[in-house]
Design a protein around this ligand. Sequence first.
Ligand code: ADP
Length: 319
Amino acid sequence: MHRILERQISRSIGTLPADTPHPWLDLLQAVSNAYAHADDDRRLLTRSIELSSREFSELNERLRLEKETVEQKVRERTAELTKANAALRELDERKSEFLSIAAHQLRTPLSGLKWALNMLIGGEAGPLSNEQKTLLMKSYEANERLISLVGDMLQANKIEKKTLQLNKSRTHILDLLDNVLYEVLPNASKRRVSIRFERRDDTLPPLVVDPEKIRAVFQNLLENAVKYSQEGGEVIISVTREGNGVRCAITDHGIGISAEARPHIFSRFFRADNAKKLDPNGTGLGLYIAKSIIDMHGGRIWFESGKDGGTTFYVTIGA
Ligand code: ADP
């Protein structure tokens, strides 16, 4: 009989009488067995608690070691990355410096060349055959492209170094746009692309902006709209009031901007594949510069492009 049951019996009735009936004895035996089972269960429970707490502390220790190893690896990797980053930054700075020096050095001879070509084309050095004139015109256009490339490189460099400055004055945006239109029209007519104003609010107030830089932004947007239009296409300009400022939209029905290209359009040197196919000569600097300039004016520049082509670029300034 289980010792606890024995103790309980002896405390309550002393010893069991010899004539205790059988059913009582069976019942007591069953109770004694239950006590024994409870003992077994408790022993098992204690054992399993011991085991799991040992396993738990082993697991804990393993985790601690693993965490230490991972932390160590992260520290080493961070140190490597910081070193690589510093090296890259230095390389980037040297590249920018080189570009800036090269661009500065190129500027003077290119303007000399422009001057000389102008004289030749104007017949200052004697009469020219048609063939000579055509060749000289081609050289002049190539030189103009180089001058604009050098200018873009210098400006992008200044943006990177945050040294680009604005020279602001009261400016009528519509005058700027008319000016740009005049510059872009010859190229547009070469590609049989027409440009028209859809909306043109002539009551717009003048804005205090850097006219040269804002002009360059619109020139880039219009040139792109012409360049990325199909031959014979149409570009539409709309200039309206937005708050106290101006909102300008330039729409084309050209090659459009794919979903993959959209997030990168304002990044330095980015050119979408369809644009590279159409015109291999671009630099991918124009929109990067345009966005920086509009940002510096506290304005906003963005675009919408459908999947079947056609793009609208929007600019708001002073709104
Ligand atoms: P670039 O025209 O010299 O390539 P930009 O910085 O002006 O450089 O433009 C960056 C890219 O944005 C272009 O290469 C082209 O992929 C895309 N893009 C700009 N304007 C348009 C447009 N109107 N239609 C389609 N794609 C455009």
